[in-house]
Design a protein around this ligand. Structure first.
Ligand code: FES
Length: 110
C-alpha cells in the first residue's frame, strides 16, 4: 500500500492505494472535482492533469513518449513543463508512499 496525497492550497486529501493502481484511481475514490477523468484512464482526454510535488518528480515512472500524454498536457490550461503529468499515467508502487500531487483547476467551471 502507498498513501497518495492530493493538495488543494492548504487542504489535503489522502488515501491508501494498492501497488499497481494508478493515481487517477485514488482521485476517483476521493471524488476530486479537479479530476473528472472523462476517458476513465485511457490517456485520451487530458482531464486527469496534476502537478507533481517537486520532491517526487524523480521517483515516479517517467512519461512514455509514445503515448498521448505530452500531447494532451501541452493543451491543458495549467500545463507546466516541469511538474505536469496525467494522473492516469502514474503507476503506484510501495516506494511511492507519501506521493504528493497538487491539484490544478483545469476542469473547474467558474
Ligand atoms: S483519465 Fe483521461 S487522460 Fe487520464
Amino acid at each position: 500500500m502507498a498513501k497518495i496525497i492530493f493538495k488543494r492550497g492548504d487542504e489535503t486529501f489522502d488515501i491508501n492505494m494498492p501497488e499497481g493502481a494508478r493515481v487517477v484511481h485514488a482521485a476517483h475514490k476521493l471524488k476530486l472535482p479537479e479530476i473528472p477523468a472523462d476517458c476513465r484512464g485511457q490517456c485520451q482526454c487530458g482531464t486527469c492533469h496534476v502537478h507533481v510535488d517537486p520532491s517526487w518528480l524523480d521517483k515516479i515512472n517517467p512519461m512514455d513518449l509514445d503515448s498521448m500524454e505530452l500531447f494532451l498536457l501541452e493543451r491543458s490550461k495549467n500545463y507546466d513543463e516541469k511538474y505536469s503529468r496525467l494522473s492516469c499515467e502514474i503507476y503506484i508502487t510501495e516506494k511511492l508512499d507519501g506521493l504528493t500531487l497538487n491539484l490544478v483547476d483545469d476542469n473547474i467551471k467558474k
